[in-house]
Write a protein that binds this ligand. Structure first.
Ligand code: PEP
Ligand code: MG
Length: 755
């Protein structure tokens, strides 16, 4: 008997016919295994499919006892089949019984077979089952046969993914592909969202598996590969790639993979075996993923992401780019799933349909998270490998309270969550009742609870949240959602609209805070090695005065006859604010000369975000009308710990004694100078940290609108004077082991304060 297969391309052609013929699912599977056995000259061909309960069930067999089909099953890791599933690697044995993992299943009658070749059935790197061929003789399967069986396994992967096999098991257990999956991450934005997965960077789903012309497909692959290689080389030559740093590392890795001979050869082999160029890319990527995902080394796993990105680029090159982010999902209730994303990218989605955001990376103060919070969308982050487990359109629940995500939830869980949503709505109603109550502590201290905003649509929440005004209007958000730089007239109209919406409530605009991670697609910025500490915010504005001047002009005209409060981000030295004041003064003179009505009053403030200002507080307070503490940036610079850095997200608490002592110094100075201070970082929106701020003496805070209700409820139950007696000594006591968090939670628990 010849051990030479007839050629996988013949088999693939045959399988294509079988897939297209109208068969019931079991019949189709039976024909497929018989055809594979015939083609590979094997006496046995069997398919094991992974069920949601972790068992690999024999779904079809040619050559084993038919009675064993849907009866025999193995656990993951059990026997040869279980070993293949766990390791996601092929096993090629000429004496199967001698392998230590061999386990004899008497009902199958397989004891007479010696040669064994099994390969995992993979899809996007996930194991969905195992495909096996066996022979009585002690033959050794050649590499080409292993490759052929792996290629064939792809067809079975697609068949499983169609859901067609879902109801075949008499036990009624669902398949692993549709298994519910709960993952724990960290809660980044409060709320609960139910919806369907929208992959931010959708995997290109390859549906065209079989090729007609090997040569044509090889040329398609080579052309696409050259285009990708060229695009990477062009990036390098553009001079935009820094000499060193993470960005360069990623691109270097891309370049290395793109030129990797082994990778190219394996893809061409897969084409020679009968796959289309795109299916070949997918097959080889499946193998890579399976191999690399088992490595515990985080560096290698990170490289896997790079490799995935590259394979995706290649796939897009081959099958076109029409896989737009939300194209695949029609209807509402979108939950965006991404490894990470920029704030601008989130704003590209229709916010009316957004129900949640799941990010594998991202930290509490990442801008994308802040924007999501402003939009009132629950966010859960730091969930490794979530993206590869999620399929476009899968039902999903995002629990931004507990920090967990449920993928493909069972019905009872969905019902439980629907209840939870109702409960939260009830609590929200309670907060709404507080809306018109004065923001006063239990011991009678008035506090100004303001909200942060950035888009006109946010201003509706001025009414619903109960905020007494806007403490921070991030003007850059409007710039980030525009395709082109907003013109003067457009800006003026926008600011007028914002002021109209605010009515007599105070409104504080912040001048453009771009640069760093806030990039405007139409404005060329530098590719900096350390963008957070780079040419951003006021630094960029002073160097590009035309941009700042046109914004100031738009604001002055929009605020004609009204109050204008304006603040400047990332001030580092007092002279910067003086220069802005000069620029404003000149603009006022010019506009007055042209006969334009000017604001009735104008107040200029500085954001305190850079620690250098802490040693210029006297000068600063004399130079400005008010100060706004941007605790997000101030914390990252004081702790030398990037606000978006996942590995440092929980290391340095904003409730640390050092940080709170510093905040106290600011408030003490402001009392001395009678300079009003507001704090507008994310810590103002968490009831427990807001408690600390009130005890330090802060009387004005600005937060995301959704936080106003909970903070007000806390405030109304809080005796600030009593808390001060506990907190202030604790802050000074360096020997005391109790953390500030413990002091606060103890106090809140004792006094029934909701936090
Ligand atoms: C801050 O840094 O605290 C702040 C409010 O500004 P942003 O988060 O927009 O940088
Ligand atoms: Mg800031």
């Amino acid at each position: 008997m010849s051990s030479q297969p007839k050629g996988p391309s013949v088999l693939l052609r045959r399988l294509r016919e079988v897939m297209a013929e109208p068969h019931d699912p079991q019949k189709r599977l039976d024909i497929i295994v018989a055809d594979i056995a015939g083609n590979m000259v094997a006496e046995v061909c069997s398919v094991y499919v992974l069920r949601a309960d972790g068992m690999l069930e024999l779904y079809a067999s040619h050559g084993l006892n038919p009675e064993a089909v849907h009866v025999s099953s193995l656990r993951m890791g059990q026997g040869l089949v279980g070993t293949i599933a766990v390791s996601a690697r092929a096993l090629n044995l000429n004496e199967a019984q001698k392998h230590p993992a061999f386990e004899y299943l008497p009902e199958t009658g397989e004891e007479i077979f010696n040669a064994f070749l099994g390969v995992p059935i993979l899809r996007a790197g996930r194991v969905l089952g195992v495909l096996v061929v066996q022979n009585k003789s002690n033959r050794v399967y050649m590499d080409a046969e292993v490759e052929a069986l792996e290629t064939t396994a792809m067809v079975l992967g697609e068949l499983i993914a169609t859901g067609e096999l879902e109801k075949l098991s008499p036990k009624g257990v669902a398949l692993d592909l549709s298994r519910p999956l709960t993952m724990e991450g960290i809660a980044l934005s409060d709320g609960i969202g139910l919806g369907y997965v929208v992959l931010h960077e959708p995997r290109v789903i390859v549906t065209n598996l079989f090729n007609d012309q090997v040569e044509d497909e090889i040329s398609r692959l080579r052309e696409a590969l050259i285009k990708v290689q060229v695009s990477i080389d062009v990036l390098f030559q553009s001079g935009n790639v820094p000499i060193e740093g993470e960005h360069r590392d990623v691109l270097e890795t891309y370049r290395m993979f793109a030129h990797d001979r082994g990778w190219n050869r394996r893809m061409e082999e897969a084409i020679a075996n009968g796959l289309t160029a795109e299916a070949a890319v997918e097959k080889v990527q499946n193998d890579n993923r399976a191999r690399m995902m088992r490595r515990p080394d985080p560096y290698l796993r990170e490289r896997l992401h790079d490799f995935d990105d590259l394979a995706n680029r290649l796939l897009r090159e081959l099958v076109g780019k029409e896989h737009g982010a939300s194209a695949a999902i029609v209807g509402g209730d979108h939950v965006i799933v991404a490894r990470n994303m920029g704030a601008t990218e989130l704003l590209d989605y229709n916010s009316k349909k957004l129900r949640g955001l799941v990010l594998e990376e991202a930290a509490p103060n990442s801008h994308v998270v802040i924007v999501a919070r402003a939009l009132g969308i629950p966010v859960v982050g730091q969930l490794a490998d979530f993206v590869s487990n999620a399929e476009q359109g899968n039902p999903v629940i995002v629990d931004g309270e507990a920090g967990s995500v449920m993928l493909r939830p069972p019905l009872d869980m969905e019902n439980a969550y629907a209840e939870k949503v109702k409960f939260r709505a009830g609590r929200q109603k309670q907060y709404e009742k507080l809306r018109n109550k004065p923001a006063k502590s239990k011991d009678g201290v008035d506090i100004s609870l303001l909200m942060n905003a950035g888009l006109v649509m946010d201003l509706k929440q001025l009414e619903t949240s109960g905020a007494s005004g806007v403490g921070l209007f991030r003007t850059e958000l409007q710039f980030m959602v525009s395709a082109t730089l907003p013109r003067l007239g457009e800006q003026e109209e926008l600011y007028r609209h914002v002021l109209d919406e605010a009515g007599d409530k105070p409104m504080t605009f912040r001048t453009l805070d771009i640069g760093g991670d806030k990039v405007l697609p139409y404005l060329k910025t530098l590719n900096e090695e350390n963008p957070a500490m780079g040419w951003r915010a006021i630094r960029l504005s002073l160097d590009r005065p035309a941009l700042l001047r046109s914004q100031v002009r738009a604001l002055l005209k929009a605020a004609a006859g009204r109050n204008l409060r304006l603040m400047v981000p990332l001030v580092t030295e007092v002279w910067e604010i003086n220069q802005v004041r000069e620029l404003i003064k000149r603009e006022v003179e010019l506009q007055t000369r042209f006969g334009h009505e000017m604001p009735r009053s104008l107040e200029l403030g500085a954001m305190l975000e850079v620690p250098s200002l802490l040693w210029q507080l006297d000068e600063l307070m004399q130079a400005v009308d008010f100060i706004s503490v941007g605790s997000n940036d101030l914390h990252q610079f004081m702790m030398a710990s990037g606000r978006g850095n996942v590995n440092l997200a929980n290391r340095f608490s904003p409730l640390s004694k050092s940080f709170l002592r510093m905040l106290k110094k600011i408030i003490d100075k402001s009392e001395e100078h009678k300079t009003p201070v507001t704090l507008c970082g994310e810590i103002a929106g968490r009831p427990i940290s807001a408690m600390a701020l009130f005890a330090l003496g802060y009387k004005s805070v600005s937060m995301s609108p959704i936080a106003v209700g909970p903070v007000k409820a806390m405030l109304m139950a809080l005796d600030i004077g009593e808390l001060q007696k506990k907190l202030l000594p604790a802050l000074e006591d360096t020997l005391e082991q109790t953390t500030v968090m413990e002091v606060l939670t103890d106090f809140a628990d004792k006094h029934g304060i909701p936090y």
